[in-house]
Design a protein. Structure first.
Length: 402
């Protein structure tokens, strides 16, 4: 019989592995923009709009998936998400219109990826782990998503070059389905929360109470900016590299470096969240992004610049997730964490929609992303400031190990 420590580790690692697949595949979609455009002639703006719909859809499904998992358990939600993600990816090569692309990538793949993402996985782990283990587990799960970006971005680019973009997408669909056996481990027996909500409690009532809290509102505003920043970069960084006259491999390796650096950042964020106030960690992360963008804008556009820029961004890329989830848990508890953090992720993806879509409009209107870079920098600085007034108690001191 597994010890509680081993069971907790198994749940954490399985959740991290699932996020590695769902996030790694999803964060590689930007590499397909150029070959899709060359093959279909749909235009960058049309393809960007489909991916922007996907950004919004990924966020919109989070509170729904979180609520379903909170009420019925994570197993059916995760399994269904994996199947939908694989189906959306596999159907994409068969689509030759903007509407078809939006259905495949913007709806099916994004609903599937969202159902197998942060809100369900972190919520499921939080309800199966003791309180002192949740922050570190959140960092490890988050690092799994970053590792997925590091693994899948260069693999996707290599498959595109070796097999063509259609076969590359079918290969990614098969890799997604291979993650199904992990669902059983993640959805094991709940140990850290009651199996049934208290009388009168529901995910939607908890959500209504949360939206009346000023700290929750400020947290969502900051996370909106995070979504704008990440979606803009993950969708349009390959095109930015191309505008600078550099080969596509620079883009794929830049995305991979972001993922690799964020493994470090996510693990560090998980440990730091257990020791320091999360709102200060978030303010520092967003402020560092504004500084990095300013440095990138004045630097020579070489491969080394992109790699250094990617490494710096990667340290905070998705490292915002553990402290954000921690604040939600501190404010409202973990019983409906999947629902409440899912809604915060929806705010993130509203920003993501704008980041992906406006990037496409900017490149078609002016042939440059210049004004998007300045907007991104300003939003990052604003996000650093809005996190400071959040109401958050100091982390409780952990007992020393025997």
């Amino acid at each position: 019989m597994a010890t509680p420590a081993r069971a907790a580790l198994a749940v954490t690692l399985a959740a991290a592995a699932l996020l590695m697949v769902t996030m790694g595949v999803r964060q590689s979609f930007g590499l397909f923009v150029s070959p899709l455009n060359s093959s279909t002639g749909l235009g960058i703006a049309t393809i960007s709009l489909a991916l922007a719909v996907g950004q919004f859809t990924w966020g919109a499904i989070q509170p729904v998936a979180g609520a379903l998992a909170d009420r019925h358990g994570p197993a059916p939600v995760l399994a269904g998400g994996i199947v939908l993600l694989a189906a959306g990816i596999a159907l994409t090569p068969l689509m030759d219109s903007g509407l078809g692309l939006t259905v495949a990538l913007g709806l099916l793949a994004s609903i599937g990826s969202g159902a197998g993402s942060f809100s369900v996985l972190i919520g499921a782990a939080a309800q199966r782990l003791p309180p002192e283990a949740r922050a570190k587990a959140s960092g490890i799960i988050n690092a799994g998503g970053s590792f997925g970006q590091f693994v899948f971005a260069p693999i996707a680019q290599a498959l595109i070059q070796a097999m063509g973009w259609m076969a590359a997408l079918w290969a990614l669909a098969a890799a997604t389905l291979a993650a199904l056996p992990l669902v059983r481990t993640v959805a094991g027996k709940r140990t850290a929360a009651p199996a049934h909500p208290a009388e009168g409690a529901s995910p939607w009532r908890a959500l209504g109470q949360a939206f009346g809290d000023r700290s929750y509102q400020l947290l969502n505003l900051g996370f909106f900016t995070c979504g704008f920043h990440i979606a803009f970069l993950v969708t349009h960084l390959p095109q930015e590299v191309d505008l600078c006259g550099l080969p596509p491999t620079v883009a794929s390796w830049s995305l991979a470096i972001i993922g690799l650096a964020n493994i470090v950042g996510s693990l560090a964020a998980g440990f730091a969240t257990a020791k320091y106030r999360s709102k200060y960690l978030l303010a520092w992360m967003y402020g560092s992004r504004a500084a990095l963008i300013a440095a990138y804008l004045v630097a020579p556009k070489t491969a080394l610049t992109f790699y250094l820029f990617a490494a710096g961004l990667g340290l905070t890329w998705l490292a915002t997730v553990p402290p954000t989830a921690a604040i939600v848990g501190k404010l409202f508890g973990v019983r409906f964490l999947g629902t409440l953090f899912g809604m915060t992720l929806l705010s993130h993806q509203l920003g993501g929609f704008l980041g992906a879509w406006l990037g496409g409009l900017a490149i078609e209107a002016s042939g440059s992303y210049a004004w998007l870079w300045y907007a991104d920098m300003a939003l990052a600085a604003a996000a650093a400031l809005v996190n400071l007034p959040i109401r958050e108690a100091r982390p409780a001191a952990q007992p020393a190990a025997a």
